[in-house]
Design a binder for this molecule. Sequence first.
Ligand SMILES: Cc1ncc(COP(=O)(O)O)c(C=O)c1O
Length: 387
Amino acid sequence: MSKDTAHSASTLPLARPDVTSHERERVLEVLRSGRLSRGPALEAFETAMADRCGTAYAVAVSSGTAALHCIVSALDLAPGAEVLTTPFSFVASSNVLLYEDLRPRFVDVAPSTYALDVDRVAGALTPRTEAILAVDVFGVPVDWPALATLADAHDLRLIDDACEAIGASVRGRPIGAWGDAASFGFYPNKQVTTGEGGCITTDDADLARRCRALRNQGRSQQSSGRMRHDRLGYNYRLDEMSAALGCAQLDRLDTLLDRRAAVAAMYEEALAPLADGVARPEPTDDAERSWFVYVVRLRDDFAPGARDQLMDRLQARGIGCAPYFPPIHLQPHYRDRFGFAPGDFPVCESVSARTLALPFFGDMTRADVDRVAEALTKILPTLPRQP
Ligand SMILES: Cc1ncc(COP(=O)(O)O)c(C=O)c1O
């Protein structure tokens, strides 16, 4: 969305970062200090992330994709090995497997959480399966206890794409502390932003060390001054301005999350009369979600194409919305490369065709929410239904 559109009086954007004057000042302090990369803000940000996630290590990087890529690369899986993953996610969660010459093996999602359906995972294992990469999509946690048991039983590595789920937990254990390692993303639509940025959390000292090397051209930590590059690496470093913003945002993470939860509660109330028209994903009883986006799904009796009509009409009223997420297996690159076709993962495809994200950010007002609810109330009865 362009800056002009996002700020025009009549437009309600899909997302808006919450950055205070104190946070702007923290970034300016870095600029005044002259130390713009590899400095104290990075270290402080990593300490705060590890604290928050309850892990021994955190490695901050330049994006959520970079975080996931480092994890996948650091695990040293065999070339061509299969990784079980979800087709209902942002495309980055599968792309990182292709970067490392691994084969994504998609498993359909659960209709309640929209996350990897753990009951289907065992049936998808093959002798070439080496890992599971699950995604806490929209901040709704995967069934991590069940997945961890399964991974243990089959000696598989377990990766959490937690880019959308900072602050979520399962059985009181924070997202970030499940699996071998987790990735977080801090793009401006996320609960916490650093502009662009990401982070790996893990309890595995060796994995953390390898991720640190990978983000800095494969340079070993002992090599200071000697430019020794033990393995192929990347420039995935996070600059000090971004890290300082991240520190300040993490300082008030609970407030940021509470505000988003309060907006979600407003939506819940305002959309209650439409409950027979729209549904939304729900976490399992032992999990607590972190509100990333507010998505609704048109119920099954709406005709195919109704969601797109709804989006056109909301956008015509200046209400931002987005089709989160198109199935990864049906993206042209994946169809061309692997021969995927419609019908391969029916739950994912059905959820994907019927789901849309509505405007959602921490300082949304009741009037903003009511404006969306009123538009939905007017438009829903006019949408085509199944014959
Ligand atoms: C589930 C998921 N994985 C990975 C990413 C990649 O993060 P980034 O855009 O910071 O590279 C995102 C970001 O939107 C995401 O939502």
